[in-house]
Design a protein around this ligand. Sequence first.
Ligand SMILES: *Cc1c(COP(=O)(O)O)cnc(C)c1O
Length: 470
Amino acid sequence: MFALTEAEIEALKQASEYALRFRQSLPDRPIPPRMRLDGALELFRQPLNEDPVPPDQVIAELIRNADPGINALPSGKFFGYVIGGSMPVGVAADHIVSAWGQNAGSNYETPAITGIERAVGDWALDLLQLPAESGFGIVTGATVANYQGIMSARHMLLKNQNWDVEADGMFGAPPIPVLAGADAHGAPLAGVRYAGFGSKNIVRVETDDQGRMLPDALAAELEKCAFPPLVILQAGQINTGACDPFEELIPLVHAKKGWVHVDGAFGLWLNAVPQLRDRIKGVEQADSWAVDLHKWLSAPFDAALSIVADKAALIAAMSAWGAYLPQTSDLWEPSDTAIELSRRARGVPAYAIFKSLGKNGVRDLILRHVRFAERLVELLSNEPGLQVMNHVVSNQVAVACGEGETGDAQTLKVLGEVQQRGRVYPSHGEWHGRAIIRCSICSSGTDESDIELLADEILTVWRDVREQQE
Ligand SMILES: *Cc1c(COP(=O)(O)O)cnc(C)c1O
């Protein structure tokens, strides 16, 4: 076998040195990329060279060319979407994941990885207060985790009607009603489509002004269900951060012998914090859950957990080898509970983060962000013409400017200007007919001064825009 060449050693060194420099530059780096897609396409989409280029030159060029088009997503001043900020200890572990080159799909070939990832699952179940015997798979994101929960539901609800969906497929299968809240995220709805239920067949259940499903509305819809339904609930609405009232909703579904899946991409982490648990009460009674590791836990992209209380249902639905009697020992294969066979050891960075924080550190992280969200509301709420559109229960703050259509235009103007100034970066959204500035407090790197800066930027620009109006 070839030993590493000088140029390869140089390439590996350059990469880790640059990675460190990049992370150190984050506090002062303007957030939005300086290069746009057209520039990037022009720069990179060149004819492929006929002849080899030395590895150190490839890496040096890659860094030089890409850097202007890199978004400071991991900055503590990035408040857009729901982005976790990739905690440095997780990034360090991720370097090793690449170097190890393990295919995490097989416990036989890569036992250390399977051991590490089992610990991640156990620790998450414990922190999130979910049933300890649940099955789990480490997947790329909550989109896939939602899909896997829905596939597990599909398996079990059809099995209960004596239909073997893995063998016989969906054509001719008994109907399964599918219900989701009017303010559900698009990801689980896509999962419903992938699972073959058809998007038109999703019944949308009425929600309140925070996006929470109304128990009476669910009860009325359940009355109409001729068969046990799949009901998709949500912990953490992307605009308001609100959680469905699980304690009231889940027993209604179970009384109908239905399955409850919870999209808890970020919000499920509320359950890790004793002081916050009353905001997500009863979530542990569900049948399956999706939760990201790369959002609120701040693991580097990409990682999430697909959790199913009935492990056999998860294996029957997702195992690459088709439905079979699940092994009861610890020797089950990672590919039994995740859609991928070959894959990166994506649980390892989360392991490092859990270890580094400990249980109390995880709880502190979540609680700190909730307190920051409350602080942001405090800083914005006395400003004439600014309106916080949600009750803050987690880490999302939805801000609208002015009134009506003029107000929406002002909101977009303020948002665009704040983004362009590049000191902080909230993102856009729409809530109950109003354009909003969505501030998502999700990065492990965020501290109190970043929150003050965010408020300051919004207030400064808003005052400008308001004066122009007058
Ligand atoms: C982000 C998000 C998803 C999708 O998760 P990915 O990790 O992007 O695949 C689903 N639901 C909610 C509520 C989310 O915030």
